[in-house]
Ligand binder design. Structure first.
Ligand SMILES: [Fe+2]
Ligand SMILES: [Fe+2]
Length: 206
């Protein structure tokens, strides 16, 4: 998986063994998942007010926002089942650093939609890995990740389509590649930590 490329052209960056290293921190990841789903719903709603009033696009984005809220509620249920309190949690910094590459010009909305697509892709990639890694030992958690994955894949595609509707196709191609390169740098520089969106920089041992 780590060397593969998504049909959308989005590379998979997560190295082999990443999901297995998260297993001792499953509760922390699930708490993060709840925060991520809530943020994803809020981001979709915010886009809904900034996109042109195209009925079909608005309907699809509205459905995406609702789907993220369903994911949020389902994650809260899983937290409750596992006796994990829904509490504040420090973010990994991934999304915040990704957004720093968004250009503040006429293509800003296109950039922001591409960043949303990249976040959906990375979530989908890592949730797929977590579903596999938990299949034997945590079947309920594995099923949870598996159930959510197809939606996140669709969300990536919708954000790519929306980007293409507000910026020309050539700009989308160029910016998608540039933002993916930025994402690879962000992940390489962020420290590895127990988060779905954690970085890949391992602490140097002496
Ligand atoms: Fe989601
Ligand atoms: Fe999503």
């Amino acid at each position: 998986m780590s060397a593969s490329t998504h049909p959308c052209g989005t590379p998979s960056l997560t190295p082999a063994g990443w999901a297995e290293r998260q297993l001792p921190h499953l509760d922390t990841l699930l708490l993060e998942q709840a925060h991520l789903e809530k943020k994803a719903a809020a981001a979709a709603l915010a886009f809904l007010f900034r996109l042109p009033t195209d009925a079909s696009q608005n309907r699809q984005l509205s459905a995406l926002a609702r789907e993220e809220l369903v994911h949020f509620e389902r994650t809260l249920k899983l937290l409750e089942l596992r006796g994990i309190a829904f509490a504040p949690q420090e973010a990994s910094g991934y999304a915040e650093k990704l957004k720093k590459a968004v250009r503040r010009d006429a293509t800003r909305l296109g950039d922001e939609l591409l960043v949303a697509a990249i976040i959906e892709h990375r979530s989908h990639e890592r949730m797929t890995l977590m579903a596999r890694a938990t299949a034997e030992t945590e079947p309920v958690v594995s099923r949870f990740y598996s159930d959510l994955c197809p939606a996140e894949e669709r969300h990536e595609q919708l954000y790519l389509d929306l980007a293409t509707s507000v910026v020309d196709a050539e700009t989308v191609r160029t910016r998608h590649a540039e933002l993916l390169a930025h994402e690879a740098r962000v992940l390489a520089e962020l420290p590895a930590c127990p988060r779905l969106h954690g970085g890949l920089r391992e602490a140097v041992s002496r």
